[in-house]
Design a protein around this ligand. Structure first.
Ligand code: GLY
Length: 444
């Protein structure tokens, strides 16, 4: 079976790794940058922008691709799944109309309202700044301001984190509307949800949902959740599939919400096939939806895909054949800690072109996994790009031990201008999360 993966980041490296473990698959790749990990796993690759649909279609056709998987959201918005399907290639990712669940935040909120799906946040969208101001004042400026479309995870501004008070909120509202940030002269304003965020990824065939272990990502650049938002600096998951602050009941609530969203999409004639990602927040009033993504999370894919024991291509075939409910998906019951290595200045102005020395064998011997991201290779040296460089994942029974393995493996990555959030997965940070959630529950 010829399988194509579109995307050249660490998430896509993890997807390729899961595919390469399947005996039935021959892997091809289309990536923007030469990812050294994907280069090793694929029989062949095309270096191409992931939204260059025409070139990708002709490459996929020439290589007789049977199944394609799409890592990032931008090609989904550009209609890659629709074009591949038209050309007779199966795609384990949503068509453009179903991918609106991520690419159009206003449409997502309207869908939740129309189908009375629990977990909704109070919200309104505006094209007019003065009307937006009234709504912000109504909510005492305790709001999240979101561009409607894609912004690479960096467009959401939240009260207390990015601005304080109505005037500062309005400055960003005006910027979003005037500069059409996210592709439209429109802004979505939501009540600010207070609590702990968690990610719930799942496979779906548009009817059945097969949920994966919960993961917590860390979006802020600096230790102790300070600094600007990033694509995600690292993440962890626990062997029991829950998180230290998340009960089974709350996890099940998230699963039920995601299942209702998938069913609503089918009713809207937007059947969703592929991995789906719910970004939830646990609040004093239960589980709420922050956003829904039409793909695996990055870094969260690296926490779950290495644990998949069932042949990934069998899971993909079951999604495509709409037989997922009959598939028994087995996951290793292990804890994981993933930490990204990024170039110094990432999130502000990255130091690009800096050499990174990676001792792959030593990392493997520590029991950790290595996933390359935005790097290039020059004269056999790995160099930083402008985004996250690579990720290391410690995997074992206990979370504390997984964190130690990850840290030990990170000592085999050397470079003068690299940065890592070492606090991810540490006891201190986990205890802070648990305390935070206890306080919030106590406020009810
Ligand atoms: N972890 C954030 C994202 O994948 O969107």
């Amino acid at each position: 079976m010829n399988v194509l993966v579109v995307g050249g980041g660490a998430r896509e490296h993890a997807i390729c790794d899961a595919i390469a473990r399947s005996e039935q698959a021959t892997l091809y790749s289309v990536m923007n940058n030469l990812n050294p990990g994907i280069e090793k796993l694929a029989v062949e690759y095309l270096l191409e922008k992931e939204t260059q649909i025409d070139h990708i279609i002709s490459y996929a056709t020439k290589k007789n691709i049977d199944i394609a998987l799409i890592g990032p959201e931008a090609p989904l918005e550009a209609g890659i799944a629709d074009e591949l399907t038209k050309n007779g290639i199966n795609v384990c990712a949503p068509l453009k109309n179903a991918a609106r669940i991520e690419t159009d935040k206003e449409w997502m909120r309207n869908l939740l309202t129309k189908y009375k799906i629990p977990g909704q946040l109070h919200h309104k969208s505006f094209t007019n700044s003065s009307e937006a101001k009234e709504f912000i004042e109504e909510l005492n400026a305790q709001v999240a301001i979101k561009p409607i479309g894609l912004t690479g995870g960096k467009g959401v501004h939240v009260a207390g984190d990015h601005f304080n008070g109505t005037d500062e909120a309005m400055a960003y509202v005006t910027e979003v509307i005037q500069n059409k940030i996210g592709g439209a002269a429109k802004v979505l304003i939501e009540e600010k949800a207070v609590g702990e965020e968690f990610t719930l990824q799942a496979f779906t065939d548009g009817s059945h949902l097969a949920p994966l272990p919960a993961v917590q990502d860390h979006k802020r650049l600096l230790p102790d959740d300070k600094g600007p938002n990033t694509g995600g600096m690292g993440s962890y998951s626990c062997a029991n599939g829950l998180l230290p602050f998340l009960t089974q009941h709350e996890y099940d609530e998230g699963v039920s919400i995601l299942q209702k969203i998938v069913s609503a999409l089918a009713k809207e004639r937007c059947r969703y096939i592929g991995p789906i990602y719910g970004q939830f927040i646990l609040t004093a009033n239960g589980v709420k939806i922050i956003e829904v993504n039409a793909r695996f999370g990055d870094p969260e894919a690296m926490n779950v895909l290495p644990l998949l024991q069932t042949d990934f291509m069998e899971v993909c075939s079951a999604m495509l054949d709409i037989t997922l409910s009959k598939k028994d998906i087995q996951m290793e019951k292990k804890s994981t800690v993933c930490k990204y290595v990024v170039p110094e200045g990432y999130g502000i102005k990255s130091m690009v072109g800096e050499t990174i020395d990676v001792n792959e064998n030593a990392i493997r011997q520590e029991g950790a996994m290595l996933f390359y991201a935005s790097v290039t290779k020059k004269n056999n040296h790995i160099m930083t790009g402008s985004s996250r460089s690579l990720a290391v994942v410690g995997i074992t029974d206990e979370l504390a031990e997984a964190e130690k393995i990850c840290e030990q493996a990170l000592t085999y990555i050397k470079g003068d201008h690299l940065f890592i959030r070492h606090d991810i997965g540490t006891k201190k940070l986990l205890e802070k999360r648990v305390r935070h959630m206890k306080e919030i529950r106590g406020r009810k």
